[in-house]
Design a protein around this ligand. Structure first.
Ligand code: ADP
Length: 161
């Protein structure tokens, strides 16, 4: 069985993340989308909220599950016995960051491979931080997040202002 992990902050999940999840689900038998919790970076949405939103958005994919991890990615992969990590690339800057992170991760866990997937053109400019920024200035975030949770995210962000 082929399996991969797609880790990230997902604060909140966007249509860009979902595009990557859809494409990855077409390549692997099982995909685990993992909310990585960073103790030094308090998110806008709590880890529990991010997981719940992701679970709703991923419900249409039977091979996709959502998990949470509070430590190093390299240790998570070891514990799960999974070798493959998927990361998206939206820009050359992001590419440089990702090859650095992949090299460090391989030092920590030599079994691990990071596969970089280019963002689809229509979503290359989209990020969770852009969604949060749009909401902060009173804009409509619904076109940028999955339809099934769009109202929920818009309402939550309006409350967090
Ligand atoms: P992180 O803080 O780990 O970068 P993010 O939630 O911002 O967490 O991103 C998780 C992953 O999703 C990253 O690999 C990122 O490149 C990818 N990603 C985010 N937005 C997009 C997008 N619009 N298109 C493709 N990939 C994306």
């Amino acid at each position: 069985m082929t399996e991969c992990v797609f880790p990230g902050s997902f604060d909140p999940v966007t249509k860009g993340h979902m595009d990557l999840i859809r494409r990855t689900a077409g390549l692997f038998d099982r995909v685990t989308v993992t909310v990585m919790v960073n103790i030094h970076k308090q998110g806008t949405f709590s880890p529990e909220e991010r997981i719940r939103l992701l679970e709703k958005a991923c419900r249409e994919y039977s091979s996709v599950r959502v998990e949470r991890w509070d430590g190093l990615l390299a240790d998570y992969l070891k514990e799960k016995g999974v070798k493959c990590v998927i990361r998206g690339v939206r820009s050359t800057g992001e590419f440089e960051g990702e090859i650095g992170a992949a090299a460090v991760n391989r030092m920590l866990n030599p079994e691990m491979e990071t596969l970089l997937m280019p963002a689809s053109e229509e979503y290359a400019g989209l990020s969770s931080s852009a969604v949060r920024e749009i909401a902060a200035f009173g804009g409509d975030v619904r076109p940028f997040v999955p339809d099934v949770i769009a109202e929920e995210i818009a309402a939550a962000l309006a409350n967090k202002k």
